[in-house]
Design a protein around this ligand. Structure first.
Ligand SMILES: NC(=O)c1ccc[n+]([C@@H]2O[C@H](COP(=O)([O-])OP(=O)(O)OC[C@H]3O[C@@H](n4cnc5c(N)ncnc54)[C@H](OP(=O)(O)O)[C@@H]3O)[C@@H](O)[C@H]2O)c1
Length: 227
């Protein structure tokens, strides 16, 4: 028997972890994949690249949206901005606002916008948020713990954890998880270290294809993480 078709939107999939998640998913003939980003050209380039990949069998479409833009109406997977050294230039208030606009409330608003569509799904609707281990308040509050990111990024990912819990509890029919991909070599961390995005994206693919874990749930490749 053929597998039921699954529609998956991967936000921020023109590059980095999102692109690699899309690349894994593009090999599956039962997937209708929506490659998404804020720049139409970059999204189109990503689609062309995926089509040239060996074994690309998914049905490919695009969704151009900026999850910071209130007019954008679709999203499943969260894109992010890194803090870097911008505090001096832009001020902490601006950095907080801009980072939360994408990592936290942009994701929440976009997920809310998608809920009516998700609820019509007959294959077990799910939302896979991409968070970070540094969003764990339990870990951060432990004495002696040295975080590997800054206060703004951590807070935005803690907020995403809270959003994940609220979305899951308010919508029991939708399976909602937040995942930590670990340290991955992408533009966001200035290509500074970690595993290749092809590896880092696998956890996202697993949770996108199957309702794994509990809803709400917070996981990395090793298993459950403390909120
Ligand atoms: N890399 C790591 O070590 C690491 C660790 C833990 C968690 N994460 C999380 O993994 C996710 C992906 O990060 P990455 O490392 O793959 O970063 P990346 O290479 O910088 O990719 C980020 C993607 O998000 C898109 N994006 C940024 N702002 C957007 C917006 N306002 N609307 C729509 N799309 C937007 C980017 O599009 P453009 O090309 O248009 O900018 C790009 O496609 C993030 O949520 C990040 O916090 C990463």
């Amino acid at each position: 028997m053929s597998q039921p078709k699954i529609s998956i939107v991967v936000t921020g999939s023109n590059q980095g972890i999102g692109y690699e998640a899309a690349r894994h998913l593009s090999k599956l003939p039962h997937v209708h994949l929506f490659v998404s980003g804020r720049d139409p050209n970059r999204v189109q380039e990503a689609i062309e690249k995926l089509k040239k990949e060996e074994g690309c069998e998914a049905e490919l479409d695009s969704v151009v949206m900026d999850i910071e833009d209130a007019a954008s109406k679709h999203v499943i997977y969260a894109a992010a901005v890194g803090l870097g050294d911008y505090v001096e230039r832009d001020g902490l208030r601006t950095i907080f606002k801009d980072t939360f606009a994408v990592n936290s409330f942009g994701t929440a608003i976009a997920a809310e916008a998608f809920l009516p569509l998700l609820k019509r799904s007959t294959v077990g609707p799910r939302i896979v948020n991409v968070g970070s281990g540094s969003g764990s308040c339990t870990k951060l509050s432990k004495r002696g713990y040295t975080p590997d990111s800054d206060i703004v990024y951590q807070a935005s990912k803690s907020a995403l954890n809270s959003i994940t819990i609220s979305l899951a509890l308010a919508n029991p029919e939708v399976h909602v998880v937040v995942l930590s991909p670990g340290n991955v070599l992408t533009r966001m961390n200035m290509h500074g270290g970690g595993v290749h995005p092809s590896e880092g994206s696998k956890i996202i693919v697993d949770y996108a294809l199957e309702r794994k874990g509990t809803s709400p749930g917070f996981y990395n490749v090793q298993g459950e993480l403390p909120w």
